[in-house]
Design a binder for this molecule. Sequence first.
Ligand code: AMP
Length: 116
Amino acid sequence: MPEDTIFARIVRGEIPADIVYRDDLVTAFRDIHPIAPTHVLIVPNRVIPTLADATASDEAVLGRMLRVAADIAAGEGIAQDGYRVMINCRDHGGQEVYHLHLHLLGGRPLGPMMRR
Ligand code: AMP
């Protein structure tokens, strides 16, 4: 069942993670395989499998994810130089964990968005 994603288990505190922020709607923790000096994942506490599954009733949590990303970036000291936020959606988007998550990446120049 979708409540049993690895990220849901992190949200519930059942498996360890390096949590950097949590509130009533979202939890943020460091990616276990970082691809940049700052690589934080921000997830809704309630499982939304993919961005494509989000509905109008999810607007508050979607907005919170972006606000929290900006706040964490400021706290990490990467806002001045800039950073990237990214959501992979389903198969062609390269999504591996089917619990919506936003990647916050920064701390070095990240280059162009993708290879052509
Ligand atoms: P995506 O490809 O967008 O689904 O990204 C999934 C991300 O989750 C990858 O960057 C993984 O390194 C990360 N990840 C998988 N398991 C864990 C975990 N237990 N704790 C933290 N990050 C994880």
